[in-house]
Design a protein around this ligand. Sequence first.
Ligand SMILES: C[C@H](N)C(=O)N[C@H](CCC(=O)O)C(=O)O
Ligand SMILES: [Mg+2]
Length: 364
Amino acid sequence: MKITNIRLGKLKVPLITPFKTAIRTVDCVEDVIVLMETDCGRVGYGNAPATAAITGDTHGSVIEAINTVFKPLLIGRDVGELNQLTQIIQSAMVKNYSAKAAVEIALYDLFAQSFDAPLYKILGGGENSMTTDITISVDYIDKMVADAQRAVERGFEILKVKVGKDIRLDMERIKAIYAAVEGRALLRLDANQGWTPKQAVHAIRALEDAGVVLELVEQPVRAHDLEGMRYITERVHTPIMADESTFGPIEVIDLIRQRAADIINIKLMKTGGIANAIRIADIAGVYDVECMMGCMLETSIGVSAAAHVAAAKSGVVTKVDLDVPSLCQYDPVIGGVSYKDADIILNQTPGLGIERIDGLQLLD
Ligand SMILES: C[C@H](N)C(=O)N[C@H](CCC(=O)O)C(=O)O
Ligand SMILES: [Mg+2]
């Protein structure tokens, strides 16, 4: 199966309610979509959001990288050379992880399609379903409590509560949500780099002393502050998760060896795609470090790909934060993985199983 063309499009999906973190606020999901065409008529799909504040990637940089760097290297190549092609993608340019991920996801989709098997089976198999958390955006306390209660009524048993705006208010937010859903949902926090190391230790210890049970606290301090991450990890009982602090396998090795976090959040848009995500899960497995499979605010193409990887690596990927389809008003991606609130059911059709994308605006 030879790659004959790579076409690009844009896809925009409105959110039910604005997504607010310590880093950014957005009211829709907007991706560059990759359509990798082949000589047998099969199409592989990939996606890339513009998460400039986290990855440095914009839609413009993604489109430019794919059109000028990856497309010339991939057209005419056989999908069966998967490992060589992922190596070519990763070494063709530094950074540009979202563009690399978009192209790699489409390539893996096609590779699995060439065996007429769902992607997770090609990656080693696993359970065909999983449960995700749902994000509670940082907001006024009453709004967060209402959002948390609504999420529990929808069947979510794990809430990923966004904090990191103001440490004093954050503690009020967490206590109020905990009181509202205690015994019905587990809380994981994501401060998205919003606290200082001392604030984080103070807040987490105070919550521990107050009997507030937290599953984990994600990225409490600035991405580059590995010493700060270790400072916190050493001083609290609650597990600390690294997100923005780790992108690729080398950073993960560094972080694990420095004992700067207890858990790692793997995202395809940080790793540059599936090959490095698998590498990271394997590295973490060697060190007995658990991982979460997470995602950016991106369409269900990348979220689906991440779910397939999570299924295949479930021995290490013990937590799932793949909630974007549940945050959207509708899903224009038809076929493939199905999402029913907290439940994600993997397709049994070839690859990612995507049949078509409604409302796709092709760029050529
Ligand atoms: C969408 C997911 N639940 C999530 O919270 N991801 C964020 C980053 C999302 C973004 O800003 O696009 C995270 O884990 O930090
Ligand atoms: Mg995070």
